[in-house]
Design a protein around this ligand. Sequence first.
Ligand code: SF4
Length: 287
Amino acid sequence: MTEQNKQNVRRLPEWLKRRLGAGQTFTHTHHTLDTLGLETICTNANCPNRGECWSRGTATVLILGNICTRNCKFCSVGHGKPLPPDPTEPDRVATMSKEMKLKYLVITSVDRDDLDDGGAGHFRDVIQTSRDAVEGLEFELLVPDFRDCQDKALEILADALPFVFGHNVETVPALYKTARPGGVYERSLALLEKAKQKWPDIQTKSSLMLGLGETDEQLLDVLKDLRAIGCDRLALGQYLKPSKESLDVVEYITPEKFDWWDKQARALGFTWVQSSPFTRSSYHAEE
Ligand code: SF4
């Protein structure tokens, strides 16, 4: 990065300044999650949208603990040796769904390479328990890449259909070594492709963070790869360094450029696109 670039990314552009959350709904969301002892990616990833989402009464629940078996350089979630899945978690998520009167629940997890099924069975249990508790509740999953057990994981998840099936490629393949050393781009594509082939009526979704140093050509290639495997939904947002140890931002992408990417993505055939500096995979997912 040039000295000029470094100075540019040190200053947060006006369009990236957000207010903190407040108000009755925000407090209720906070209280519900706290009382039930649930983790969210909103808090664990220091998401800048927490104020807005929690004030709207939505949150993305992080199941299977908050210790990840990978160590991605863009992510602030802790890593190490996780605890076994908590059998009380499905009930607690169901209670949360009821208390927050949810219509749409986004569920994600840390990577659980220590488990035979990558945590798929726990995802299934959480969905089924919440579905029993809240009539009409719809689901979106944001799953890990199920490194050595993709087929097994999809087999297990089939018992919990329907849901939007999300898995994030996160960045362009050229940046995997620096940003996502435990990931393999082709493996992520393979998971999305298998899900689409297995369940053609289910929407698949992926997200990328921009501003890590990717070029337009590299990003366009990823969008084409995603369309080639039938990926329906796309979310593009600005990478923001979530902790002191995380990768530096290389570039702040302007809102106009995000609008431009929105058009490119729709032209390629994505049927649902969110592209803005604050977009995250779960941002406005219910819309
Ligand atoms: S965008 Fe997703 S992770 Fe961020 S606060 Fe909203 S629901 Fe949570």
